[in-house]
Design a protein around this ligand. Structure first.
Ligand SMILES: Cc1ncc(COP(=O)(O)O)c(C=O)c1O
Length: 341
């Protein structure tokens, strides 16, 4: 199936702006820097996941679904936007969180509440488990609960549609495949050929679409992803597998150029969703030079990586870098962030 043939519902305000960050570039004495404002996709405070949800909800409607089930962390932007997208399409949102119910809602959780998402929470026995094992146990339990809820709804005569955590799927890839075409046209209008697309990476849907899109259009740019979750070697392996699978599904036969993408895991800090000092500094710098807000979990860490690599001379003076602002701004209102200011 080609991307053009995939069912799609319009949820996002597209195209999002592509802006040049002249002050930041001057301050760093670095290459020309552009920012693709996918934080401005619109619906429910925007973000990258809306592009994926256009295809995922399109598939759900095509299959006659009446309920959407997904899962993730309390501050998951994917869960917030899935609830919003479901409501916009007239569907019931159900979210399974792989964390305990918080005493007080903040950030994305408040928005989930407004959308009236049915929320479930899982927890595991903390004793004798490392933080990593605890997280894995909770994720396993939430996957099981998603399946249980789906089975129960089917028995009740409902038509549930399960969206994988983070929206990672062929449909997710389609979202950033079409975004690549959008960026290509915007760059063409200003007579620029990008040397790099730079972005944060977690469940891989965004980077997979950008790599596949860039290679399908034979663009010159490399794609540099800053992992906020996995070691680079694990992320790279997964991305390779996913691109190869998605390329076959989309009917592309070109050999994948492995030199044209890279993953850097040096800016994760103390772990996923834990704000880092460098990330917070990058957020302040961008706000104060360009008037643009970033988030502490994804874009702040990726921007910290980009700034550091510019300072260390990794890029050429005449490179043109497009940073993909993937959104995540409701996390600015998560109650824990005040401890890191
Ligand atoms: C704001 C934001 N940026 C980046 C990402 C990472 O995108 P992906 O999961 O497609 O790698 C996410 C995913 O949760 C996100 O919410």
């Amino acid at each position: 199936m080609s991307v053009e043939d995939m069912p799609r519902v319009r949820l996002a305000n597209l195209p999002t702006p592509l802006q040049e960050m002249t002050r930041l570039s001057r301050l760093l004495g670095g290459p020309r820097l552009f920012i693709k404002r996918d934080d401005l996709t619109g619906l429910a405070l925007g973000g990258n996941k809306l592009r994926m949800l256009e295809y995922l909800i399109g598939d759900a409607l095509n299959k006659g679904a009446d309920t959407i089930i997904t899962s993730g962390y309390l501050q998951s932007n994917h869960c917030r936007l899935t609830a919003a997208a479901a409501r916009m399409a007239g569907l019931e949102p159900v979210i399974v969180f792989n964390e305990e119910c918080p005493k007080k809602f903040s950030g994305n959780m408040i928005i989930n509440h407004f959308f009236g998402a049915k929320m479930y929470f899982v927890s595991a026995e903390k004793k004798s488990l490392s933080p990593q094992q605890y997280h894995e146990e909770c994720a396993k339990k939430s996957d099981q609960l998603v399946q249980e809820i789906s089975r129960k709804l089917k028995k009740e005569g409902k038509k549930p549609y399960v969206i994988p955590r983070g929206g990672r799927s062929l449909f997710g890839t389609a979202g950033y495949f079409t975004a690549t075409i959008e960026i290509y046209h915007q760059l063409l209008d200003i007579g620029i050929k990008a040397s790099y697309f730079v972005l944060p990476v977690a469940s891989n849907g965004t980077i997979t679409g950008l790599i596949l899109g860039s290679q399908a259009l034979s663009l010159e740019n490399k794609v540099l992803g800053f992992s906020v979750l996995r070691y680079a070697s694990d992320a790279k392996k997964l991305i390779m597998e996913e691109i190869e699978k998605d390329a076959i599904s989309l009917g592309y036969k070109f050999p994948l150029d492995r030199e044209k993408f890279d993953i850097n895991d040096s800016y994760i800090g103390d772990g996923y969703a834990i704000p880092s000092k460098e990330g917070m500094q990058a957020m302040k710098l961008l706000a104060r030079t360009e008037g643009i807000l970033l988030d502490p979990t994804y874009t702040g860490k990726a921007m910290a990586g980009l700034i550091d690599m510019i300072r260390k001379g990794y890029f050429h003076k005449d490179d043109k870098i497009v940073f993909i602002h993937t959104g995540g701004l409701p996390i600015l209102f998560a109650d824990y962030l005040a401890d890191y200011l």
